[in-house]
Design a protein. Structure first.
Length: 304
């Protein structure tokens, strides 16, 4: 597929899925999966729309003292699976420790490094994904929310597979799992936790700068540095998408609880899948139960 195929943004889910399979090439993914990391490397690998960009900004700020000299965050924290397609060298010099973005499960990600994953309530991840795709990957209003949810979350179950794969390793010393909601509730604590895990612990003034620069107001004010325009410029023509898409990732979304926005049938399906994929395997009755376990683990780490 080339840019000559694009006349308009997709208006059906089938067409969108056909276009999105060209987002990264087989060669780029092959190179990413074959990458040999250093033991000190950091992989940031949440499920999409669960805090990836936020973690990239925090980690890069901690390791550089708050450097903002980049056009888009992917320049300085490369996307493992997309780097080749974006013209980025995974072995190019980086500030220490080297850091990479990914969305891979534990099963697929290169081993031998350190890993940071933020998890998020699947209901909120769904809503955020729909908002993100709309206006970039499909024409606004053309794909019903229920169709999007059923195909990309309920039928596929990718969110729960990703969560299961990382939860099995959440107590490993080289893995740090955080909840998006707890990061939002207490950003300073989250930054301190990440600093301790990464070994990048600045002085108090430097820590305050990193906290400021990873806050929602700051990232909104610099949203063009977090908007995936590098991906759009390189891959939209390959995917047959118009070049005027909106891929903003930092948004000031409504604070209305997501469960009030989701149809009851989708809520019921999500609860059933949680019981089958998470509770049956790990004994966690709900997402809140998972958050509680992470809080207990964080308290143990911080008491050492």
């Amino acid at each position: 597929m080339t840019s000559t195929n694009a006349s308009a943004r997709p208006k059906t889910l089938e067409e969108m899925l056909d276009r999105i399979q060209h987002l990264n090439s087989e060669e780029s993914r092959r190179r990413g999966l074959a990458f040999q990391p250093l033991a000190t490397d950091l992989f940031i690998s949440p499920f999409p729309k669960c805090g990836t960009t936020w973690l990239q900004q925090i980690v890069h700020g901690l390791r550089t003292g708050g450097d903002m000299n980049f056009s888009e965050i992917t320049e300085v924290v490369p996307w493992l699976e997309m780097a080749f397609d974006l013209g980025l060298d995974l072995d190019a010099p980086q500030p220490a420790p080297r850091a990479f973005k990914s969305h891979l499960t534990w099963d697929d990600i290169p081993k031998g490094a350190r890993y940071i994953v933020s998890v998020r309530d699947p209901k909120d991840a769904l809503i955020s994904a729909y908002r993100f795709f709309e206006g970039w990957w499909f024409e606004p209003g053309s794909i019903p929310f229920s169709t999007f949810a059923s195909t990309l979350f309920i039928d596929d179950r990718g969110y729960w597979r990703h969560l299961s794969s990382w939860w099995e390793h959440h107590a490993d010393p080289n893995v740090l799992l955080l909840s998006y909601e707890d990061m939002k509730a207490d950003l300073p604590q989250a930054v301190h936790t990440i600093a301790h895990f990464t070994g990048c612990e600045p002085d108090p003034q430097g820590m305050e700068l990193v906290i400021l620069q990873s806050s929602l107001p700051f990232m909104l004010a610099h949203e063009d540095q977090f908007d995936d325009h590098l991906v759009r410029n390189r891959r939209d023509p390959v995917c047959g998408l118009p070049l005027d898409g909106n891929s903003a990732k930092v948004t000031n979304a409504s604070l209305t609880p997501s469960r009030l926005q989701l149809p009851p049938a989708i809520l019921e399906e999500f609860d059933i899948i949680w019981q089958e994929e998470i509770e049956a395997r790990f004994g966690l009755a709900s997402y809140q139960s998972l958050r509680n376990e992470l809080a207990i683990q964080r308290a143990r780490l911080e008491s050492r």
